[in-house]
Design a protein around this ligand. Structure first.
Ligand SMILES: [Zn+2]
Length: 210
């Protein structure tokens, strides 16, 4: 089943994702936009209605948890949804070139990247290789919560929430084109937090109105 009409505003895009997540939570997925005909139909062009920038965690698969299909959402994922210039470029492409009206930052509970950043701040223990680059990019989100001792005593859910909030604000701060689209009311950036066990997403941060 394809979307009857493609969402074109931030509010419509958020509704479509919320409805898809409700179906997923209830176990009543429609698996839209996944038929053979639809696959052929979208082969010539893509017009995704949302950009989903989420954690790479294997349990937080964007199309599955929002019950979407081919051509619906432009997905960018890094461990711990950490930003760098190619990530921001990919998100700008989804919005400026492909016309998505909503950018989602998708965090989740029990995120390994947030846990590793917490460990780095409290024990000084850093991962080796380029995994360290991930941890280095999570630390700024949580380091201001009150120093290493305070971070260790905080609920991991608070740290995860702060990382989503900070990521939303950084996207708005770094990307001039995104900030301008938000100011014009054409785009919104939202922070969503996903719960692994029950599959629900909760809107916890919004720049622009949805
Ligand atoms: Zn994660």
């Amino acid at each position: 089943m394809a979307h009857v009409t493609r969402p074109t505003t931030p509010a419509e895009a958020w509704s479509a994702l919320r409805e898809g997540n409700d179906r997923f939570v209830r176990g009543e997925m429609q698996h839209p936009s996944q038929g053979v005909d639809h696959r052929a139909e979208v082969s010539s062009a893509q017009h995704p209605f949302a950009v989903i920038f989420g954690c790479s965690d294997s349990r937080v698969a964007a199309e599955i948890i929002f019950d979407q299909g081919l051509g619906d959402v432009f997905v960018v994922r890094t461990a711990g949804h950490v930003l760098d210039t190619t990530v921001i470029g990919s998100i700008e492409y989804g919005v400026d070139v492909l016309g998505a009206s909503l950018v989602v930052v998708l965090g989740h509970d029990s995120c390994g990247a947030v846990a590793a950043a917490t460990a780095a701040l409290t024990t000084g223990e850093l991962p080796t290789g380029f995994v360290r680059a991930i941890v280095d990019r999570v630390i700024p989100s949580i380091v201001n919560l009150g120093g290493s001792g305070a971070v260790a005593s905080l609920d991991p859910a608070v740290l995860g929430h702060e990382h989503v909030r900070h990521t939303v604000r950084m996207l708005q701060g770094y990307s001039r084109s995104l900030a301008e689209s938000v100011d014009k009311g054409q785009v919104a950036i939202v922070g969503l937090e996903y719960t692994l066990a029950d599959g629900t997403v909760h809107l916890t941060e919004a720049v622009g109105s949805v």
